[in-house]
Design a protein around this ligand. Structure first.
Ligand code: GDP
Length: 188
């Protein structure tokens, strides 16, 4: 039989247009519509997932903030990371677009914000930084090695690149995140 693993709350955050919804939809539905309806306001999914022989109840928050969504003209409309309540989350996925330096800066601000808002005594929640749109590799703004080193050594977060479009490393992303969260939840 399958063990019951418990429940985990995951927040997927990042600037509008980086592919948060696309990543979640690939993971949950194996689906990549070229155009999905923009999610207005944070959206919650409640899947049960099987990992290493146990079933977990996940809550996945698609962190799109209310607002106009992707603004092709500029980034003035990006939601303020301060608006999110970051305290009741077990694990974070911070998504940026490997072709957008601004979206990387956004992730940097988010990470800072998460660290500052962790309640005293709460266990540290793992953070996985994800560079999405890996299929657009030719247009990337910075060398992968340097970014990964900054994130891993400088920020002490996980780093991984994926393509929601081609379903490349999407499953691995969630597997790594959950394993990480579970290790921290069960101190030896
Ligand atoms: P969100 O605002 O972060 O939820 O971003 P969306 O999931 O709505 O995606 C924004 C746009 O980027 C959409 O047009 C997607 O089709 C596109 N997109 C998402 N993931 C990828 C990817 O891996 N590769 C490419 N080329 N486009 C992507």
């Amino acid at each position: 039989g399958r063990r019951l693993g418990g429940s985990l709350r995951v927040a997927v955050l990042g600037a509008p247009g980086v592919g948060k919804t696309a990543i979640i939809r690939q993971f949950l539905f194996g689906d990549y519509p070229e155009r999905h309806r923009p999610t207005d306001g944070p959206c919650l999914y409640r899947p049960a997932v099987l990992l290493d022989g146990a079933v977990y109840d996940l809550s996945i928050r698609d962190g799109d903030a209310a607002g106009p969504g992707p603004s092709p003209g500029g980034h003035e409309e990006w939601p303020d990371p301060k608006d999110w309540s970051l305290q009741d989350t077990d694990a974070f996925v911070l998504v940026y677009d490997i072709c957008s330096p601004d979206s990387f800066d956004y992730v940097k601000a988010l990470r800072q914000r998460i660290a500052e808002n962790r309640p005293a005594g709460a266990p540290e929640a793992p953070i996985l930084v994800v560079g999405n749109k890996r299929d657009r590799q030719r247009l990337r703004f910075g060398p992968r090695r340097a970014l990964a080193a900054l994130v891993r050594r400088g920020w002490r977060c996980g780093y991984l690149e994926c393509s929601a479009k081609y379903n490349w490393h999407v499953l691995r992303l969630f597997r790594e995140l959950l394993r990480c969260a579970l290790v921290r939840a069960r101190p030896a």
